[in-house]
Design a protein around this ligand. Structure first.
Ligand code: SF4
Length: 240
């Protein structure tokens, strides 16, 4: 076994060297792409007068909505700031797939939707209440109402609350999985999880109103916290 060690060290060193080489190549690739993007921009500018003389050449070319960023001149992967995301974005680009960054650059938001004043809560709508210049500068009173009588403020507030509610619900399962893991850990059935932050556990217990449990040891306290949290899921009465 001890004879294997130098060989393992050698392999580790080679792996590290390979990682460094990959990082350097990725940086070079990124630099090359940036140069190409700039060159393409300059070329397009240089060709513009010719296109203006030729209406056929000047006609806008239809671009598929999911065209990847590289050819559409959109977001650069390096802008994400996360090396693993950069790898995924590079791969997506190389294989011709569009990403959220590409689509965000190309998507023109609807002015009414961007202000949250489009309501689709009921089938009488959609009701759109655009803010006109006259209302904005105060030369006209704001009499905007949806069919049901909802004001722009009501519509915007409802939209926001519904978005928050839908987003939170979408992650409720993740919260449940955490609570179940805490419960398993309390029983010693969640693998080798050490109790690293008992102070945080006590803080949460305190917020949950479990003051009687604070003197218990970590596993018992965790069991109480997990039980209390589980009772919050699907709660039919009282405050959430
Ligand atoms: S503003 Fe009122 S009537 Fe219009 S879609 Fe919303 S809820 Fe329905």
């Amino acid at each position: 076994m001890s004879e294997d060690k130098p060989e393992l060290e050698q392999l580790k060193s080679e792996a590290r060297k390979a990682e460094e080489d990959i990082a350097k190549l990725e940086a070079l690739l990124q630099e090359a792409r940036e140069k190409r993007r700039k060159a393409v921009n300059l070329l397009e500018k240089a060709e513009k007068p010719a296109a203006a003389q030729d209406p056929a050449a000047a006609a806008p070319k239809a671009e598929p909505a999911d065209k990847p960023a590289e050819t559409a001149g959109a977001a650069k992967p390096a802008e994400t700031g996360d090396s693993e995301s950069v790898k995924m974005l590079n791969l997506a680009r190389e294989t011709g797939r569009s990403t959220i960054f590409d689509r965000a650059i190309k998507m023109k938001p609807c002015n009414i939707g961007a202000e949250g004043i489009c309501c689709k809560i009921c089938a009488q709508g959609p009701c759109r209440l655009p803010l006109t210049k006259a209302i904005k500068d105060g030369s006209e009173p704001d009499k905007r109402l949806g069919l049901c009588g909802a004001t722009p403020e009501t519509i915007a507030a409802r939209n926001l609350i519904r978005m928050i509610s839908a987003g939170s619900s979408a992650h409720a399962d993740h919260g449940l999985a955490l609570v179940e893991t805490l419960q398993d850990a309390a029983k010693g059935e969640a693998g080798d999880h050490p109790w690293k932050a008992e102070d945080k556990l006590k803080e949460i217990a305190s917020k949950l109103g479990l003051s009687d449990s604070l003197s218990k040891d970590a596993p018992q306290l965790a069991a109480d916290v997990a039980e209390k949290c589980l009772s919050e899921f699907g709660k039919q009465t009282g405050e959430l």
